[in-house]
Design a protein around this ligand. Structure first.
Ligand code: ACO
Length: 427
């Protein structure tokens, strides 16, 4: 099968079929408008492949997720976040020397410009950290105007390192600002995740004890979030990047897209929902009923996924990790019991079964973040930190494609047909 035949009225159009390495097939409609005058319409891109990509493979029916061919469970068990970042961005696992110099490079770029620090002072105390992150990441471009040209390979490399290295520093500073504590500078003796936890939780008066179990848990969570092919925020990064705006601008836009409750913002919503259930004392069965009620806008946060219609492999790993981590840390969290009860009730319910709604990656991640001491309003920032290498890898793949075109969808216009102008003064 190398061609599809499309018949419109009495005319036939031959459309090429392209096949991916996992035998997925797509009808290539690039030339359809030129040949027939027709565009295709697919609101929400339910059936539209926007690009070919060699980074991440997922099969929503079989619950498969692989980065550059490597199954997510293997990476979750054996790798570190910075190694996975290298894998996603450069297409292969680094050897020992490459990993060493990659980590060293990321360590050496963690400091932020002193003037950038002053920007934090302009935000109100209650500012959401995702708003601060998007603004700060976008503003990085103002400090590196001589080295952010996406078409220059050297500029690309330095921008990638700066972004990955400075993101945790900016994230931790935004948290410190929100609680009125002094910012803690990065320490070169610590690795990526340990450094982040230290910047979050140490204070000048007292060191923070870096628990290796916590560092391991953080690595795991970030790895599980590191890429998910053409989701809403990644597509945003690609779209903005396709105009040849710099990487900082594209990532800043991706952060905004991730913030929404239908996307990464769901991890914060899940925790808030579980807290509300606990406070209200409502039985979980009632919550499930409320989520089914079409007269209400309430949805079960952390349930359902556009692509996974069987199970989310990341949720499986996170659920198991949640039990292990909380046990190791000696934490008994009543929200975990409510989450498990809620999952059990929903999975038995015909509404959720019929619509193939399963817990997604966000359902249990918040409970682990809470155990690590991360405040609820920082959960989506943690997601963004994890997703950063994926956004970068997807942007780099697009920019390096010699056939890259600016992203520019079509539409079908449904407004008024030609209408004459009427002067307001004469009416
Ligand atoms: N609770 C209750 N009903 C739901 C839920 C839910 N969490 N999710 C979907 N449904 C219902 C919808 O009401 C709809 O019902 P209908 O067919 O009777 O109209 C049906 O299931 C299909 O839902 P859609 O919104 O059309 O599915 P879509 O694929 O567009 O949306 C999404 C997927 C946005 C993730 C959705 O499941 C949702 O809103 N979930 C809650 C928010 C969430 O957890 N988001 C995180 C996603 S994972 C991530 O971004 C990392």
């Amino acid at each position: 099968m190398s061609e599809a035949l499309l018949k419109i009225a009495d005319k036939e159009y031959k459309l090429p079929i392209i096949e991916g390495s996992e035998k997925e097939k797509a009808v290539d409609i690039t030339k359809l408008r030129a040949q027939s005058g027709l565009v295709t319409i697919d609101s929400g891109y339910l059936n539209t492949g926007a690009c070919t990509s060699a980074i991440t493979f997922l099969d929503g029916e079989l619950g498969i997720l692989r980065y550059r061919g490597i199954p997510i469970d293997q990476l979750a068990e054996k790798s570190t976040f910075t190694e996975v970042a290298y894998l996603l961005i450069y297409g292969k696992l680094p050897n020992n020397t490459e990993l060493g110099s990659w980590n060293e490079n990321l360590t050496k770029h963690t400091l932020i410009h002193e003037d950038l620090k002053r920007l934090f002072g302009g935000f109100p105390k209650e500012a959401h950290p995702m708003a601060i992150m998007s603004c700060m990441i976008g503003s990085l471009s103002t400090y590196y105007q001589d080295s952010y040209d996406p078409e220059n390979p050297e500029h690309r490399e330095i921008s990638i390192r700066r972004l990955l290295a400075k993101f945790p520093t900016i994230a931790a500073f935004s948290f410190k600002k929100s609680i009125g504590q002094p910012a803690i500078h990065p320490k070169n003796s610590l690795d990526y995740c340990a450094n982040f936890m230290n910047m979050m939780f140490s204070v000048p008066a007292e060191d923070y004890h870096i628990d290796p179990e916590i560092v391991k848990a953080l690595n795991l969570l970030l790895i599980l979030h590191a890429d998910h092919e053409q989701n809403c925020s990644t597509s945003t990064v690609r779209l903005v990047g396709s105009s040849l705006a710099n990487l900082y601008a594209a990532i800043s836009a991706g952060i905004c897209a991730l913030w929404g409750p239908r996307h990464g913002g769901a991890n914060q919503e899940v925790l808030e929902m579980l807290n509300e259930i606990k406070a209200s004392g409502k039985p979980v069965k009632q919550i499930v009923e409320e989520a089914k009620d079409k007269n209400s806008t309430f949805r079960l946060s952390g349930f359902g996924h556009r692509v996974y219609k069987n199970f989310d492999p990341r949720a499986k790993i996170i659920k198991k990790a949640c039990d292990t981590i909380l046990t190791k840390m000696g934490i008994k969290d009543p929200l975990l019991d409510i989450a498990k009860e809620l999952e059990e009730a929903a999975l038995k319910d015909q509404y959720f079964v019929d619509r193939k709604l399963y817990p997604n990656v966000d359902f249990y991640s918040g409970i682990i973040y809470r155990a690590l001491g991360i405040p609820v309003n920082m959960f989506t920032v943690m997601f963004a930190m994890g997703r950063l290498p994926g956004w970068i890898a997807q942007w780099k793949e697009m920019i390096e494609d010699p056939n890259m075109k600016i992203g520019r969808p079509r539409q079908i216009y449904t407004g008024p047909t030609e209408t004459s102008y009427e002067d307001a003064k004469k009416k």
